[in-house]
Design a protein around this ligand. Structure first.
Ligand code: F6R
Length: 238
């Protein structure tokens, strides 16, 4: 396994180093297909992109989305990404899931669009504490494409924490790109921040390659860059 690790000692540095890795990945490509994650981890990266002021041109491909939320729901991942990065960067072409659409049709629509627009050029990803990538929860086959998934209990809890005010009801299903789609990415940038991710990062990169740890598919991935803070890398250095 060959990958590049970029270490950051604080959030500001993390954001700047993630931005540098991203710009290096898109350099010279014309309208690459780019996957971007939501979550806490990429916040400094998106801050750095906004602060930079330049407007890189790419096609945004949505990684995952809750199923069954109304178009105006602020919890939609598409809305989150729009606020944090796509609107500020003026990204016009967005291949997003329609959360409110008939689910099976929506899966087919996204599969068709991926087939037409070509594979992902750059997948920027986070990793869940249970090793999930996108919403490919433990047990996900490495060979699945776009599909509907049941969210793991710990993922629902982690996602509720993004929206403490939203009460007890929270989507239990989601759309996700599959690991087969992500494996096809020409370049992958994994963002990892915080001590809470140290053990799962170690398992994903140094443990057994198994669907029980979806992120372990990365061990076979070519063109992998890991941007992580010192805390997230702590278990790799034991
Ligand atoms: C979000 C996504 C998830 C997150 C992961 C880490 O679009 O695909 O896989 O990347 O759950 O989330 P944070 O960064 O909040 O720890």
């Amino acid at each position: 396994m060959k990958y590049t690790v970029v270490e950051a000692s604080n959030d500001t540095e993390f954001g700047l180093k993630a931005k540098a890795a991203f710009y290096a990945a898109i350099d010279g490509l014309s309208m690459p297909n780019v996957v971007l994650p939501t979550g806490e981890t990429p916040r400094p990266f998106y801050q750095a992109l906004r602060d930079d002021g330049s407007k890189p041109a790419f096609t945004y491909v949505q990684l995952d989305e809750y199923l069954g939320l109304a178009e105006s729901d602020p919890r939609l991942f598409a809305a989150w990404l729009a606020r944090d990065v796509l609107d500020p960067l003026d990204i016009k072409i967005r291949l997003t899931f329609n959360s409110a659409a008939e689910p099976e049709q929506e899966v087919r629509r996204m599969r068709d669009r991926l087939a037409v627009h070509g594979p992902i050029d750059i997948a920027v990803l986070g990793i869940g504490s249970n090793g999930h990538i996108g919403f490919n929860e433990p047990g996900s086959s490495f060979d699945h494409g776009v599909r509907i998934v049941d969210l793991a209990v710990e993922t629902i809890a982690a996602n509720k924490a993004y929206w403490p005010q939203s009460g007890t009801s929270f989507p239990a299903q989601a759309f996700t790109l599959g690991l087969a789609d992500l494996k096809a990415a020409r370049q992958t940038i994994l963002l990892v921040r915080g001590e809470g991710k140290a053990e799962i990062l170690r398992r994903a990169l140094l443990g057994e390659i198994t669907p029980d740890v979806p992120g372990s598919y990365l061990q076979r991935q070519k063109g992998l860059t890991i941007v992580a803070d010192t805390a997230a890398l702590s278990a790799m250095k034991l």
